[in-house]
Design a protein around this ligand. Structure first.
Ligand code: ATP
Ligand code: MG
Length: 139
């Protein structure tokens, strides 16, 4: 059975452009409950740890430089079928291919600066959530 939690972070382009409020509104209106949330900034090293799975990819250096370039807003979200439903809400990685009305369609600038992250499995949602929040901050 699909789990009921996912992890997201609003990326530096969207926070910097002042779009975090509009994005959080869309998330809540889509039925997700915010379990944990904060505003923070990653060092390049910590961004590298977060995206460790992409270490061998050609875009890894740009990705970690970009993800440490400004404030981000990580969140743990709750809803039935959370991982899959949230990926639908954010749209494809490349905003040029993201379906109309999705968060990336509305707010992403490019494949690098693509506004928001969404976990791709229940397992990764749990790992990514604990990367940013201690169990004492979750409820
Ligand atoms: P995210 O993990 O950020 O939610 P995603 O799951 O849609 O995005 P991934 O394949 O996990 O996509 O890639 C992680 C991030 O790396 C993407 O959000 C994007 O910014 C960047 N990325 C992925 N593929 C490319 C690419 N071909 N060129 C440049 N950047 C890329
Ligand atoms: Mg991913």
């Amino acid at each position: 059975m699909a789990g009921n939690r996912t992890f997201t972070m609003i990326k530096p382009d969207a926070v910097g452009a002042g779009n975090s409020g509009a994005i959080i509104k869309m998330i809540e209106e889509a039925g997700f409950r915010i379990v944990a949330m904060k505003k923070t900034q990653l060092t390049k090293e910590r961004a590298g740890q977060f995206y460790e799975v992409h270490k061998a990819r050609p875009f890894y250096n740009d990705l970690t430089a970009y993800m440490s370039s400004g404030f981000i807003i990580p969140m743990i979200l709750e809803k039935d079928n959370a991982v899959e439903d949230f990926r639908k809400l954010i749209g494809a990685t490349d905003p040029a291919k993201a379906e109309k009305g999705t968060i990336r369609n509305l707010f992403a600038k490019s494949i690098d600066a693509n506004a928001i992250h969404g976990s791709d499995s229940d397992e990764n949602a749990a790992i990514e959530g604990s990367f940013f929040f201690s169990k004492f901050e979750q409820f």
